[in-house]
Write a protein that binds this ligand. Structure first.
Ligand code: SAM
Ligand code: SF4
Ligand code: SF4
Length: 418
């Protein structure tokens, strides 16, 4: 708690003997309210910055160990989004024992954060136990879901198991032939987060089909105090766009508007660096960066294979990977131009230019503080209080994406499309 704060008991003690009992009771009530308000305010401000884990992540900015791994807990999915190549229902779920073994290895490598992805992670029958195990191993743990299988009970179980961050994917307000991930399904579930310790954020895909509703998706999330992001659709591993991307000028205007809002301090759940990056992608502009995928962040498939990122795969098993193998991936890559694996771009920019990236984000968050000074300013999820903010630098973004063509080299194989 803030130093020097006089709680209600102390104030009441000082006044005792000087005021009639009735007045004293009134004073205590006022003090209690003031105390409560200050605690809530400090809590709100703390939450604005809590997702950063600056100290924790900071270690990984300066050493040679990995910051984050995205683990595919299954290839199976209950949906079939038209733009997606990351599910395959012909494959069984990996066993809990195998997943635990891979997790121990990932942790031994020094990885601090685990992002549970898929397929649809909630289809795995042992997902709660898996989350619990991640926490036992000391991972900061997040999970990305389409939310269809989420129930109040399951959320409570995941919370009890220690899940810290949940990303729910929402592309539109109502379903279309391209995607069924909509607020029609998710809005009624937001109430589950009312008293949850799990930090929720929402991420949507922008393509021609969703673009007319992307603005509404953003407003719906932000107006409920949920950090929300919508991002450009990416191509599949063979550089094919499975859906129409949408008109470039309109996309650019939309990205520009998000940059503006981000600068004003709104809870756009991505960094300004990544918004600028997406604008450069649209304009075909070259961006200078060094891909840290396969080094600071990497992926592990539902068969336990080590993947550089969601789009560039190797046949090496995670159990055989060494820190030297990881470090060998600290290099510019031939697939960088046009890369849309935003979590990789984000982590790479963060490691390369921590002061620039973090500085901007901290300033954007600090802009939110004045609006918190009004007790009535607390954003709501339906009637839900503002939720925890998660790290927009990508370290809790769950799945990568690429717009460009990740070219293969000798060590790299491309995953078969689902
Ligand atoms: C592959 S899904 C796995 C988790 C879960 N099934 C879900 O949809 O949230 C992870 C994220 O990748 C996004 N995604 C999948 N294909 C994409 C694409 N071609 N372009 C952009 N994002 C994509 C999804 O929308 C989702 O937010
Ligand atoms: S994006 Fe997620 S929900 Fe949609 S098909 Fe892919 S894995 Fe399933
Ligand atoms: S596709 Fe992107 S993230 Fe993956 S290896 Fe290539 S440049 Fe890095």
């Amino acid at each position: 708690m803030a130093g020097g704060f006089s709680g209600p008991r102390k104030v009441a003690g000082v006044m005792k003997g000087y005021l009639p009992a009735r007045l004293l009771r009134g004073q205590v009530v006022v003090d209690c309210m003031f105390f409560h308000y200050r605690v809530k305010l400090l809590d709100k401000i703390g939450r604005e910055f809590s997702g950063y884990n600056i100290l924790e992540s900071g270690k990984r900015l300066f050493d040679r160990k990995p910051l984050q791994c995205s683990l595919y807990v299954t290839d199976r999915c209950n949906l079939d989004c038209a733009y997606c190549t990351e599910y395959d229902n012909s494959r069984p779920h990996p066993s809990l024992d195998d997943l635990k073994k891979w997790l121990r290895k990932i942790r031994e490598l020094g990885t601090m954060r685990i992002a549970l992805v898929g397929g649809e992670p909630l289809t795995h029958p042992n997902i709660v136990e898996l989350v619990r195990y991640c926490r036992e191993l000391g991972f900061a743990t997040s999970l990305t879901t389409n939310g269809f299988l989420l129930t109040r009970k399951l959320l409570a179980e995941l919370e009890e198991a220690g899940l810290q961050v949940m990303q729910i994917s929402v592309d539109r307000m109502t379903p279309s032939p391209i995607t069924r991930k909509t607020f029609k399904t998710i809005l009624p579930k937001l109430d589950y987060f009312r008293d949850s310790k799990i930090s929720l954020h929402i991420t949507g895909v922008i393509c021609a089909d969703t673009l007319p509703e992307s603005q509404a998706v953003l407003e719906t999330g932000l107006s409920r105090g949920i950090p929300t992001e919508v991002r450009l659709v990416h191509a599949d591993p063979l550089n094919r766009f499975r859906v129409d991307r949408g008109p470039r000028e309109e996309l650019e205007r939309f990205i520009d508007s998000m940059i503006e809002r981000k600068r004003r301090g709104e809870k756009i759940h991505t960094s300004e660096a990544i918004l600028n990056y997406q604008r450069s992608l649209l304009r075909g502009e070259h961006v200078e960066w060094t891909c840290m995928a396969g080094y600071k962040l990497f992926f592990v498939s539902a068969q336990g294979k080590f993947w550089i990122c969601s789009m560039v795969h190797t046949d090496k098993h995670i159990m055989d990977v060494t820190l030297d193998d990881l470090y060998a991936n600290y290099r510019k890559k031939s697939c960088q131009e046009g890369c849309g694996v935003y979590c990789a771009v984000s982590a790479s920019l963060l490691v390369e230019k921590p002061i620039a990236v973090l500085g901007k984000e901290i300033i954007a968050r600090a802009r939110r503080v004045p609006s918190m000074l009004s007790p009535s300013s607390s954003p709501r999820i339906n009637n839900v209080r503002s939720v925890r903010v998660t790290n927009p630098e990508g370290t809790d973004e769950m799945n990568g994406s690429t717009e460009g063509s990740p070219s293969t080299d000798e060590r790299v194989t491309l995953r078969k499309s689902a």
